[in-house]
Design a protein around this ligand. Structure first.
Ligand code: PLP
Ligand code: TYF
Length: 399
């Protein structure tokens, strides 16, 4: 009966890690997946996470089911992290927040909600974007379309194209916006550009859907990186937001995140939350507790929260230092080229402009694993390896 099942294509990002594992070269570098490594290129468990886990173990907590909407202290911490503890939307109970399965699961529950309650609405995603956005919306039954985002000429934002495409979208469409540290380009709108994006959303009655997977990695500050959703909230614009703790607390495999709808009144938030719960119930019933407790512990203690901010700065600072060394090495090699894009891009990635053939060459000849779109995860690079990477011949061009 299942003879007709074809092989599914491998994930273009996670498949790179599989190939990396099979490579036996001592030179190999995994710059594919966006996962933070230390300067020794080892996975990193934050000190505050270890501390939180020790406290949890000592408290001898049980493993009873959580409510469908998740752990109350976690949900409170998560909306506060996004909008600030003094947010009127939080005080007025205008946010429907459901703890869900990290960023991906939260996006998927949000997409299922859109499919159910905004039938016919398409989701506009940036070109390019994180590859999984297309799968998530398509599998949930939401048609996706693209808006212009990246200009390869300037290696910057095609803001005119973006605004024109959003203006041309039918009223009531959904627009997926990376909250900060755009994946894969590392190019974010300026505050003034966010204001204009908000204007278009209001004028065209678009539902913004923020994907916040890198809060803390653009500037190093959790607060500063929440500028866009905070600005939309302050304008009184209704929006959806998926949050992930994979990167900023390093909780990748714990699957910790939330889907929230910031709405105009509490009554609407109660209705929306009831439907988010209805969707989650049929998918996984209720969310896992361990990571949610870690978040609650960390954010619930002033001292640990401060320590987290320090460790967050350390992670984003290490990536910035690597950017600088890579820039210096490339400048030494080819001083007549403009390598400033490497310093200007923010977050975990460098979007190099290398062609798929050049990317293959980087992998096959130099054991440098990266995605075919020319994206390098600088979170997987260290200072010592920058010269090796810069010397890999095909990396010396931005074409
Ligand atoms: N959204 C973007 C833009 C991402 O880059 C990622 C990957 O980290 C995610 C969402 C979701 O990741 P996770 O499901 O691990 O939270
Ligand atoms: O873009 C990245 O590398 C991260 C990690 O299906 C990731 O977002 C990649 C693919 C995927 C889930 C997470």
């Amino acid at each position: 009966r299942l003879e007709g099942v074809e092989m599914a294509p491998p994930d273009p990002i996670l498949g790179v890690s599989e190939a990396f594992k099979r490579d036996t070269s001592g030179d190999k570098l995994n710059l594919g997946v966006g996962a933070y490594r230390t300067e020794e290129l080892q996975p990193f468990v934050l000190n505050v996470v270890r501390k939180a886990e020790e406290r949890m173990l000592a408290a001898n907590e049980n493993k009873e089911y959580l409510p469908i909407e998740g752990l109350a202290a976690f949900r409170k911490a998560t909306v506060e992290l996004l909008l600030g503890a003094d947010s009127p939307a939080i005080k007025e109970g205008r946010i429907a927040c459901l703890q869900s399965l990290s960023g991906t699961g939260s996006l998927r529950i949000g997409a299922a909600f859109i499919a159910k309650f905004m039938p016919g609405a398409a989701a506009y995603i940036s070109r390019p974007t994180w590859g999984n956005h297309k799968n998530i919306f398509a599998d949930a039954g939401v048609e996706w379309k693209e808006y212009s985002y990246f200009d390869p000429e300037t290696i910057g934002l095609d803001f005119g194209g973006m605004v024109a495409d959003l203006q041309a979208a039918p009223e009531g469409s959904v627009v997926v916006l990376h909250g900060c540290a755009h994946n894969p380009t590392g190019v974010d709108p300026t505050p003034e550009q966010w204001e204009q994006i908000a204007d278009v959303c209001v004028a065209k009655k678009l539902l913004p859907f923020f994907d916040v997977a890198y809060q803390g990695f653009a500037t190093g500050s959790l607060d500063a990186d929440a500028f866009a959703p905070r600005y939309f909230a302050q304008r009184g614009i209704e929006f959806a937001v998926a949050q992930s703790y994979s990167k900023n607390l390093g909780l990748y495999a714990e699957r910790v995140g939330a889907i929230s709808f910031v709405l105009s009144d509490k009554e609407a938030a109660d209705r929306v939350l009831s439907q988010l719960k209805r969707i989650a119930r049929a998918v996984y019933s209720n969310p896992p507790i361990h990571g949610a407790r870690i978040v609650s512990e960390v954010v619930g203690s002033e001292e640990m929260f401060a320590e987290w901010k320090g460790e967050m700065e350390e992670m984003s600072g290490r990536i910035k230092a690597v950017r600088q060394v890579l820039f210096d090495e490339l400048n030494k090699l080819e001083p007549n080229k403009d390598w400033s894009f490497i310093l200007k891009q923010v977050g975990m990635f460098s979007f190099t402009g290398l062609s798929p053939a050049q990317c293959d060459h980087m992998t096959n000849k130099w054991h440098v694993y990266m995605t075919k779109d020319g994206r390098l995860s600088l979170a997987g690079l260290n200072k010592a390896k920058c010269k090796y990477l810069a010397d890999a011949p095909s990396s010396n061009s931005h074409t």
